[in-house]
Design a protein around this ligand. Sequence first.
Ligand code: PRP
Length: 186
Amino acid sequence: MSTRDATMMDDVAEILLDTETISSRVRQLGADIARDYAAKDVVLVSILKGALPFLADLMRAAPIPLALDFLEVSSYGTSTETSGVVRVLKDLANPIEGRHVLIVEDIIDTGLTLNYVIEHLRAQRPASIKLCALLDKPARRIVPLQIDYRGFEIPDKFVIGYGLDYAERYRNLPFIGVLRPEVYRR
Ligand code: PRP
């Protein structure tokens, strides 16, 4: 293990979901999605940047014709809390009118970001909108949301890895871990 790996691992308090656990759940979700969308014109809409590793694995577990598109949003707030005020930094590249949209997200926390994103997409008149989230942290929910495909329910801990960051770091950890509180209190 290099010094940099050791430093990143030193900041992990515990491994919540290991690589194999994530991979097996993502394969199940992909199979469910493939079954439900087999005959539909579906666009996976992913929210940059945290959902990228999940999207990459999920789409390869769903062997059906599908399209990809991306939204980038920024929510104002502190480094560990969302404020609910959302701004679209990058909008979809292609129209979704009349198409089936499946939003692919890494985590639903307060629900404020997704609540905004769903309204934003609904205004573009897709045939349907459903939500697939790898992680659900219900203890923090402010806006109720229906998660149609959910990977795992997790406790109210600050999680990093498999796309999730703290101050843009740790996204490349191959598991989902809990960040040591000392790191964000520094
Ligand atoms: C995360 C996550 C969701 C949002 C969820 O994104 O990807 O978009 O926070 O939080 P909420 O339910 O409280 O609104 P983040 O803003 O960290 O951006 P990132 O994907 O680039 O890491």
